[in-house]
Design a protein around this ligand. Structure first.
Ligand code: SF4
Length: 276
């Protein structure tokens, strides 16, 4: 197997485990795959199509890309790639960039209103296309960075789930790549030669803190080489009785009897549990 096939196979296996483990896809689903033109969403679409061909169940995929009207945007490489790739797709044009510029004050970052507007456009498209699920390309590093950002800056314990239902209850949002490492995705995307669209067209500075927590992860890796996998494991190995959130502790105490933590569950090699 050549290295590029090997890289894709590894990612596909990880993604399929995530899909099965979290029940992300069911018979008859019609899934809108959000394609931004970055390495993650190209990889997600490519892997989902590969998984669809092998799956014992039937589900549909439709790739959707949104042109947000950012200055210098050129979506032609992506449009050409989608046309050649063979999956059903749609490209939307909505100048949310101009709207965001009017909404934000000087010096403020664009991300909050930009994401809100983008979400609105994508949800409308999902409804029009008859989709019940929306797939987003977030990966392991996205969820770890979000965990650290919330922990260090917002004072809350919150990462990115593999799936959730939208506030209006209309769609399930799924993240099939949530267990995949960004390094594997980067290597695969380079080997696959996806025509990546630049992601700095909006000029937003909101990514600064995200870069800082990513540096923190890299620093930790120098002394704890598998720290990213260990942290990912921690997100799946929560002990609600040993946190300080009264509501969580109460809900946990009142859980159904079958929902008990397995204190002897397998842990990553080389790491002893930190006991109370
Ligand atoms: S980085 Fe740019 S495109 Fe992405 S959410 Fe922020 S403003 Fe929008």
């Amino acid at each position: 197997m050549n290295p590029s096939t090997e890289g894709k196979t590894k990612l596909l296996r990880t993604m399929q485990r995530t899909i099965v483990g979290y029940g992300l896809i069911a018979e008859g689903d019609r899934i809108m795959v959000a394609v931004s033109g970055g390495k993650d969403s190209y990889t997600m679409l490519d892997l989902l199509c590969a998984a669809q061909r092998r799956a014992p169940i039937r589900f549909e995929l439709i790739a959707v890309h949104l042109d947000q009207g950012q200055p210098g945007y050129d979506g032609r490489p992506l449009a050409d790639w989608l046309a050649g790739f063979g999956a059903p797709y749609e490209i939307l044009h909505e100048d949310t960039y101009s709207v965001v510029k009017q909404l934000v004050s000087e010096g403020d970052t664009y991300c909050a209103p930009c994401s809100r507007l983008r979400r609105g456009v994508l949800y409308s498209a999902a409804a029009r296309l008859g989709c019940n699920k929306i797939a987003l390309g977030h990966h392991r590093e996205d969820t770890l960075q979000t965990l650290l950002l919330n922990l260090l800056y917002a004072g809350k314990l919150q990462a990115m789930p593999a799936k959730y239902v939208t506030d209006d209850g209309r769609f399930e949002v799924i993240r099939p790549l949530i267990d995949c490492s960004e390094r594997d995705i980067v290597a695969h995307a380079q080997a696959a030669g996806y025509p990546i669209l630049p992601c700095n067209l909006c000029g937003s500075q909101d990514g600064l803190r995200r870069q800082q927590v990513e540096s923190l992860l890299t620093q930790l890796e120098s002394t704890i080489p598998d720290v990213r996998q260990v942290m990912l494991h921690a997100l799946k190995n929560v002990r609600p009785s040993h946190l300080l959130d009264v509501n969580v502790a109460t809900a946990w105490a009142e859980r159904r009897p079958e929902l008990r933590p397995d204190l002897h569950a397998a842990r990553p090699r080389g790491h002893l549990p930190i006991l109370p």
